[in-house]
Design a protein around this ligand. Structure first.
Ligand SMILES: Nc1nc2c(ncn2[C@@H]2O[C@H](COP(=O)(O)OP(=O)(O)O)[C@@H](O)[C@H]2O)c(=O)[nH]1
Ligand SMILES: [Mg+2]
Length: 195
């Protein structure tokens, strides 16, 4: 395709087409966000909460789906696709690697009630870094289930410290009470738009 003087304009629907990135959001552009995290941390719940403002408790945990939403951010109407992965524990599975390759922004989710899920974040980040050949990867860390304070195993300070180590943003959320869900998605979208 026409690639003269390295000034090729990136196509709207094909943001990965070109290494060059605009600063800020582009009207009509599709933004692809990938949810990563151990099974049960709330990836599907966060996705459904964001796209349809519901909290569903009975769905198949093995389901892997993509949720789409037209969304206005910074005054621009964009298309958002959230790729919800399942079976994170199956490291050999190529399915998530495909999502990682296709995704532009990554939401690494753990549950504040599970130290194990928190410890997994490091591995997840490494997989993304390995799969993407980019200097800076748009990524945020999310500590979900913040509504269950009495079962907390991971402090807010620990979450912040890990995010600082990875030079990324951190937010605690609850898909159940709809706390900080939109804020989390906005954060990752801004990482994509301004990275
Ligand atoms: N209390 C509470 N439960 C949640 C929250 N998010 C998800 N859950 C519950 O945690 C379980 C796993 O959630 P799910 O979205 O399927 O996790 P996934 O495997 O990461 O997709 C389900 O029973 C959800 O109802 C939350 O923010 N607070
Ligand atoms: Mg799920």
């Amino acid at each position: 395709m026409g690639n003269s003087q390295g000034k090729k304009k990136k196509s709207k629907d094909n943001p990965q087409d070109d290494g060059k990135r605009e600063e800020g959001f582009v009207q009509g552009r599709l933004y692809k966000v990938v949810m990563l995290g151990e099974g049960g941390v709330g990836k599907t719940s966060i996705s459904i909460r964001f796209v349809s403002d519901r909290f569903v408790t009975d769905y198949d945990p093995t389901v892997e789906d993509a949720y789409k939403k037209d969304y206005i951010i910074d005054g621009k109407e964009i298309k958002l696709e959230i790729m919800d992965t399942a079976g994170q524990e199956e490291y050999s599975s190529g399915v998530q690697d495909k999502s990682i390759r296709q995704g532009e922004g990554f939401v690494c989710v753990y549950s504040i009630t599970s130290r194990e899920s928190f410890q997994k974040i490091k591995d997840l980040r490494e997989r993304v870094v390995w799969a993407k050949d980019q200097d800076k990867i748009p990524m945020i860390i999310v500590g979900n289930k913040a509504d269950i304070e009495k079962e907390r195993q991971v402090s807010t300070a620990e979450g912040k410290a890990l995010a600082a180590e990875f030079d990324c943003q951190f937010i605690e959320t609850s898909a159940k009470t709809n706390s900080n869900i939109q804020q989390a998605i906005d954060l990752v979208l801004k990482e994509i738009a301004f990275t």
